[in-house]
Structure formats: structure tokens, C-alpha cells
Design a protein around this ligand. Structure first.
Ligand SMILES: [Zn+2]
Length: 150
């Protein structure tokens, strides 16, 4: 991990592979102001506390993101599925989708940084499984077509 970028807390600058730039998130769960304790649920991260004007930060959580765990699990499942039951590979696109969301959460500070690694792992597994699965289908179709003409 090389870039602990304090100038770009929302990750707007380096989002090439994991999706488009994103708007700051909204605190959905209960989240008291760090300065005055005012309840900030429903407020936008980066805004100001209506009670004291303190900048609204992100949740400092130590829990592993469940989303990232799902993304990695599904990514591995989709890869394994290629060698067992081909249709398990269909979990690949879903793993990529979840991984994108998990990576966004990690970059925004809504999930711990370790989740970003998991999410990326899930994304790559999902991508490889999807590409190989599509390739296998293509080869299968080509073989069927060839048999017809032989
Ligand atoms: Zn406050």
C-alpha cells in the first residue's frame, strides 16, 4: 500500500479500475458528532454539523466489510465453479459488482482499508471467471457449429 493520500480522502483521483468518481456518502446509521455529540444520521460526509459546525467525518470502523467478504467469497466461488460446475462461474459478475461497492466503502472510510484488498481480490477472481466462462461458451458454440458441417 503506497498511497495514504490525505489530499484525496474520497478517492476521486485514482478510481480508474473500480468505477467512476462518486458523490460523498450519507451517514445511514446512527453517528454522533465527534465534537458535540449531535446525531448526524442522514447527513452528508464532508458537510458541517448543524449544531457546532464541525466537519462531518467518516466512521472509523475496525470491522471487516461484509460486502468485501461476500465479493471475495463469490469471486473465489466463481473461479472454482469453472472447474466443477460451469454455471457457478455466473457468480463472477455478481462478485465484481459487490467488489466495486465494497471498494468504494473502503476508500470513503466506511469500511477498514483491509476491505479494499479483499474487494480487489474478489473483483479479479470475478473478472477472470467471467472472461474464462465466456471463452468456454464461445469454444463450445464453435465446436457445435463445426460438428454440424462435418
Ligand atoms: Zn457538532
Amino acid at each position: 500500500m503506497d498511497d495514504t493520500d490525505h489530499h484525496d480522502p474520497y478517492g476521486f483521483g485514482d478510481d480508474a479500475e473500480l468505477g467512476a468518481p462518486l458523490a460523498p456518502p450519507i451517514h445511514r446509521a446512527a453517528y454522533p458528532c465527534v465534537h458535540c455529540g449531535y446525531e448526524l444520521a442522514g447527513m452528508t460526509v464532508g458537510g458541517a454539523c448543524p449544531e457546532c459546525g464541525q466537519t462531518i467525518g467518516v466512521v472509523a470502523t475496525t470491522q471487516t466489510s461484509a460486502l468485501a467478504a461476500w465479493a471475495l467469497g463469490l469471486g473465489i466461488t466463481s473461479l472454482a465453479g469453472l472447474f466443477m460446475c460451469g454455471f457457478l462461474a455466473l457468480a463472477g459478475p455478481l462478485a465484481m459488482f459487490l467488489a466495486k461497492r465494497a471498494a468504494r466503502d473502503a476508500k470513503l472510510g466506511l469500511a477498514p482499508p483491509s476491505s479494499l484488498g479483499m474487494a480487489k481480490g474478489g473483483w479479479w477472481c470475478g473478472l477472470i471467471a467471467t472472461v474464462l466462462f465466456v471463452g468456454m461458451i464461445a469454444i463450445y458454440v464453435v465446436l457445435i457449429v463445426f460438428r454440424r458441417f462435418w
